[in-house]
Design a protein around this ligand. Structure first.
Ligand SMILES: Nc1ncnc2c1ncn2[C@@H]1O[C@H](COP(=O)(O)OP(=O)(O)O)[C@@H](O)[C@H]1O
Ligand SMILES: [Mg+2]
Length: 354
């Protein structure tokens, strides 16, 4: 059997650059070399590309040598070095998970792993995804979307509205970011203004959300047109909430895999995960994140991540392992789904009237 030439894309322009390196290293280590030849494409924080030995290289090694831009006026030929049968973006956050890179791969008409342009873009945008899910009667947290221009013109009115719509705590977050960057838990409304100002440093649109007291549950989804959901897992944040330090620096968060939940709750979380996934036309994979409200046990949909953390200890692959799919098998399935989506799209395009 001929081996598949697979290009891993990692690094990237977002705050999650280093997490991407760790995810890519795990994927690199778990790809069956009898089936795949792996090309490693490192994207530096400026967005330029370089073929490297592997994601296991040190940061200093990765940064050495010539980088390539895809701007026609800066173009340097990378010749055949980046030509692959399929591309696997392992980049979290903006310029990797948000549809921009996916659009680039679509323009090149090559198969790639994971969500398409649309699902990547909507999944990345916390406000837009919630608007869509709400229309479908999925349980999203009550929220208010603020636009920078309105905020600059009417901040007093907006603060009054927030006080009448919510009671503390509220969460203030940039709509289009990840890794908990720019997110503040506001326990006292006198601090709301500062929190909103902070979030506007990262985006022109900011979400104010009811703060949920309860457990944090995550569910992995896999597939294209007939997606399946894993057993849910639980995150137990070490700090007051699952913030950047907790996620990437201190690493004191604990995980329960699978989460201890009644059967009916598991089924409902899986149902909502799949509905949320299909609602934004997701494909390949996503991790869908929830809150389980204290006392009422109400399930609340928080967000959907189209390129979830993919280290060996990350929730996405761990949940599949607990559901009977090994890390290597999972990678193969994702790659198959990438080819399948590309072929389907080609077939549909092929039937357009000329
Ligand atoms: N409405 C909310 N109620 C309670 N906790 C929240 C809320 N929104 C966010 N959090 C906390 O902040 C963390 C990060 O927020 P999230 O919306 O998941 O953004 P990110 O994309 O940065 O992960 C969550 O994992 C949770 O701990
Ligand atoms: Mg999150």
């Amino acid at each position: 059997m001929q081996k598949i030439k697979l290009a891993l894309l990692f690094g990237g322009k977002s705050a999650e650059h280093e997490v991407s390196l760790i995810s890519a290293a795990s994927i690199y280590n778990n790809l069956d070399r009898n089936k795949f030849d792996v090309i490693s494409l490192y994207i530096n924080p400026e967005g330029k590309w370089r073929v490297v030995e592997s994601p296991l290289e040190s940061f200093t090694e990765l940064k050495k040598g010539d980088f390539y831009s895809f701007l026609p006026w800066e173009s340097v030929h990378m010749a055949q070095t980046i030509k692959a049968d399929i591309y696997f973006p392992v980049l979290h956050g903006p310029y990797g998970e948000d549809g921009t890179l996916q659009g680039f791969l679509e323009m090149a008409d090559v198969p790639y792993v994971g969500a398409s342009v649309l699902a990547s873009a909507v999944g990345m945008d916390k406000a837009l995804s919630k608007i869509i899910w709400k229309i479908l009667d999925l349980p999203v947290v009550s929220n208010k979307l603020l636009y920078e221009q309105d905020w600059l013109e009417n901040r007093k009115e907006i603060l009054t509205e927030i006080k009448s719509q919510f009671s503390p705590p509220v969460f203030v977050k940039p709509s289009n970011l990840g890794s908990s960057v720019g997110i503040t838990k506001v326990n006292d409304f006198t601090l709301a203004e500062t929190a909103i100002e902070k979030a506007f440093r990262y985006d022109r649109r900011v979400l104010v959300e009811e703060g949920i007291q309860g457990r944090e549950i995550e569910c992995s989804v896999l597939g294209n047109d007939a997606p399946i959901a894993s057993l849910p897992g639980e995150i137990i944040p070490f700090r007051e909430f699952y913030d950047y330090r907790d996620k990437y620096i201190e690493g004191k968060t604990s995980f329960r895999i699978p989460a201890s939940l009644p059967d009916t709750t598991v089924k409902e979380i899986q149902r909502i995960s799949i509905t949320a996934y299909k609602a934004i036309d997701c494909s390949g994979m996503a991790r869908v994140d929830f809150f389980l409200k204290e006392k009422t046990e109400e399930i609340i949909l928080n967000e959907l991540n189209t390129i979830p953390g993919f280290t060996e200890i990350s929730m996405y692959p761990k949940l599949w392992e607990a559901s009977g799919i090994s890390f290597s098998k999972l990678l193969e399935m994702l790659i198959d789904f990438g080819f399948e989506r590309h072929q389907k799209k080609k077939r549909i395009r092929g039937s357009f009237p000329k």
